[in-house]
Design a protein around this ligand. Structure first.
Ligand SMILES: [Zn+2]
Length: 351
């Protein structure tokens, strides 16, 4: 029985072209407080974050930056140490996954407001309240803080490598199986299920399918559609209060690959291939999922992921154990080896 369900949402979402220089205006609008800390990567610092910092300094006296190299708890703790005397009130993550995850984590630890400025559109973490950091003792993500604002410059994002945008399509198409898994768990386990959050997540996946031709051109318009879908999916997680609407068996498969594959592919790429297989198990039109991924040039096979077949099978087998409390189509015990091989073969993921 649901007694209370608290929903925290971003206060501002800006999606536009060449808006990066307007960041101080949005900060003022949000009444963002100093000190301001920018968390970014070395490459993004050179191409954009450096400039953003200079512009912010025209409006705010106390603005600093830190450069992060990887998305790990160790790295995040180093940042916390470095900024202990600064005590930032506002933390801006500028970058792809790493910087945004670390900025989110740091914000939640120090009680600062978090602003997400994605420079690529490869996953829905850009708008979600969950951070995924290696070494956190969990293979999956954990609750951090809802972004106070998401500021997405599609012009900037469209310049990111195409591979990242393709991965973004994989992370969005995953909502079909993630929501199906959530429904299943609700029916079989009585798990809380929020129809509105589920519908919003599904909408983002359907939206991508409807506009796949535009997205496959990687036009500014296509990138805008992709970014909006990723933001919607992040907001679906805010509404659900969990990653449930955005992450099911296809994500467990990807997390398993991250653990065992010598050279894992991108999150969204692995999740996309996982979605092909899990949609088969759900009795959905899996070949349609595959077509959508192919249309944008995203990987649909083990070979295209650059991962040997045996790891695909192994990941299918261990997936249900990654997060046992998350019930999915894989059940509690998971697939038998024969069934896993059959599944990967039928869907053309392995030969
Ligand atoms: Zn994801």
């Amino acid at each position: 029985m649901l007694r209370e369900h608290v929903i925290r949402l971003p206060r501002m979402v800006v999606v536009g072209q060449d808006i990066i220089d307007n960041i101080p205006v949005y900060l003022k609008d949000l009444r963002a407080k100093e000190p301001i800390l920018i968390v970014t990567g070395p490459h993004v610092f050179n191409i954009v974050a450096n400039r953003v910092l200079e512009i912010i300094k025209d409006y705010y006296i106390n603005a600093k930056y830190v450069i992060v190299e990887k998305a790990s708890i160790d790295e995040a703790n180093k940042v916390l140490e470095k900024i202990s005397s600064l005590r930032p009130q506002t933390v801006i993550g500028i970058g792809g996954g790493k910087s945004i995850d670390i900025a989110k984590y740091v914000s939640s630890k120090i009680g600062a407001r978090f602003i997400s400025v994605p420079t690529s559109a490869s996953h829905d973490g850009i708008a979600s309240p969950f951070a995924s950091l290696k070494g956190s003792g969990r293979a999956t993500s954990f609750r951090a803080v809802v972004p106070d604002a998401i500021i997405a410059d599609v012009e900037l994002i469209s310049k990111a490598p195409k591979r990242l945008l393709r991965a973004g399509v994989g992370d969005i198409i995953a909502k079909f199986t993630a929501v199906a898994d959530w429904r299943l768990s609700h029916k079989l386990r009585g798990e809380y299920y929020g129809e509105y959050a589920a519908s919003l997540a599904l909408l983002s996946a359907k939206h991508i399918v409807s506009f796949i031709d535009e997205i496959s051109r990687f036009s500014t318009e296509g990138v805008r559609i992709l970014v909006e879908a990723l933001v919607s999916s992040g907001i679906a997680m805010c509404i659900a209060g969990s990653t449930r609407p955005a992450s099911g068996s296809e994500h467990l498969f990807s997390h398993a690959l991250d653990m065992i594959a010598p050279k894992p592919a991108l999150h969204g790429e692995q999740v996309g291939v996982g979605t092909i297989m899990m949609s088969y198990l759900h009795g959905m039109k899996w070949s349609r999922i595959k077509r959508v991924l192919k249309r944008v040039g995203a990987p649909t096979t083990a070979h295209e992921l650059g991962i040997p077949d045996k790891y695909i099978i192994e990941a299918l087998l261990i997936a249900p154990r990654i997060r046992p409390e998350r019930y999915t189509i894989l059940g509690e015990k998971g697939l038998t080896r024969e069934a896993a091989i059959e599944l990967a073969k039928i869907t053309g993921v392995i030969e």
